[in-house]
Design a protein around this ligand. Structure first.
Ligand SMILES: [Fe+2]
Length: 400
């Protein structure tokens, strides 16, 4: 399995893993050169160069692979269930309108922040409330939109995706409606402070220098000072924004707080932030498939995240999060539109393309309740990369 460890735990013979994301190479403290660690001298050099963390392959004491462990976790019977949801095909229409108007709001506040104007608090409450309504009605719609929407400006989509994912997770763990609205607001505004950080640093493709990274680390504080101009922003929201880069083991910023001192809102924003960053296309990296991203996040437990919390997060999104593009045993391709917490390997899917990725007449299948034909049952073989298909996948999901 892959695990993120402190550089002090790095030993000769360990294999440094190359993760298929450029996101990590951006960070000056993460060692990313793949290969076996040959000598103690090599470790000493890595330490001397100032690296603090590294992803390595480690053996599990019980010999169980990460995939097996995750499968077992996801199969457990105590999955929270019970809320009656609106069917996806009905809820997606309202959720799309909510997502679109949230996007306009994100554009507005990012602009206001750049121009030093006050942030419109009333609209923040309104927008976050609509996101909460959608999450309660059918959480899959928001998760789907966060991956498949055709908006492609990361600055704005990331604000809204983090809000949507955080709210969906908050709802999953039973947060009150009032708290969910505050969490949604914190999600929308969590990176507003990046408008104060110089553009060349925010958009730099390569590794940041130490100086650039120090400047980048100020964005949570910058965000709070922008928002403090609007007197009505609740303290809970400001705290979540200020602390959304703190980590479980105390290696985060700005205060280096440990798990027990990081507020729940900030811990949730951190999970949603990393998941969306990993699974989004950006100028300097290609998106990681949702199931792979969750596997990487699982390997970050006890370092970045509380182990129980990251497992709950994975459970909330499922093995195949809504919006996942999957290849079937028939060779056709489908989009997952409704996860199945009781049987995570058998979500509801919409078959949309043939083996050659040519669109076909859409057909919905509930994998948990299908009647096998003469060729047997339809099964998901793997998550597939939809980047070769250049059209807007979301159009398939809004078909009636
Ligand atoms: Fe941030």
């Amino acid at each position: 399995m892959i695990k993120k460890i402190s550089i002090d735990e790095l030993e000769q013979g360990m294999e440094v893993v190359e993760l298929s994301s450029e996101m990590w190479k951006h960070l000056p403290y993460l060692y990313t050169d793949p290969g076996i660690i040959e000598s103690s001298e090599q470790i000493a050099t890595i330490k001397k160069d100032g690296y603090q963390q590294v992803f390595v392959k480690v053996d599990n004491a019980d010999g169980q692979s990460d995939e097996k462990r995750l499968d077992a976790l996801l199969q457990r019977e105590d999955t929270p269930l019970g809320t009656v949801r609106t069917p996806f095909s009905e809820a997606i229409q309202t959720a799309s309108v909510t997502y679109e108007s949230a996007m306009s709001y994100a554009m507005r506040i990012v602009n206001d922040a750049k121009l030093g104007r006050k942030i419109d608090y009333e609209s923040a409450v309104e927008t976050a409330s609509a996101i909460v309504d959608s999450a309660v009605s059918n959480p899959d719609t928001l998760i789907c939109l966060s991956k498949l929407s055709s908006f492609d400006n990361y600055t704005y989509t990331h604000c809204i995706n983090v809000a949507a994912i955080a709210v969906v997770f908050g709802e999953f763990i039973g947060m009150s409606r009032d708290d969910l609205i505050l969490l949604g607001m914190a999600g929308m505004m969590h990176d507003l402070g990046k408008t104060t950080v110089p553009g060349p640093i925010v958009n730099k493709a390569g590794r940041l220098t130490k100086y650039e990274y120090e400047e980048m680390k100020r964005h949570p504080a910058y965000g709070c000072s922008i928002l403090s101009k609007s007197t009505s922003i609740p303290t809970k929201v400001l705290k979540a924004i200020r602390l959304h880069h703190e980590k479980f083991n105390g290696t985060g910023y700005p205060d280096g707080l440990k798990r027990k001192d990081i507020p729940a809102f900030a811990r949730i924003l951190c999970l949603a932030d990393i998941y969306d960053a990993l699974t989004s296309d950006r100028c300097y990296k290609n998106a990681i498939l949702p199931n792979k991203a969750l596997g990487i996040m699982y390997g970050m437990r006890d370092q970045d995240f509380d182990s129980t919390e990251v497992q709950l997060f994975i459970k909330c999104l499922g093995i195949f999060p809504s919006g996942s593009f999957v290849r079937l045993n028939t060779g056709n391709y489908a989009l997952v539109f409704e996860s199945n917490p009781k049987q995570p390997l058998y979500p509801k899917i919409r078959v949309v393309m043939d083996k050659q990725m040519h669109p076909i007449k859409a057909m919905d299948i509930d994998l948990a309740n299908q009647i096998p034909d003469e060729f047997g049952s339809v099964e998901i073989m793997e998550c597939a990369d939809p980047s070769g298909y250049r059209q807007n996948l979301m159009e398939f999901m809004t078909l009636q």
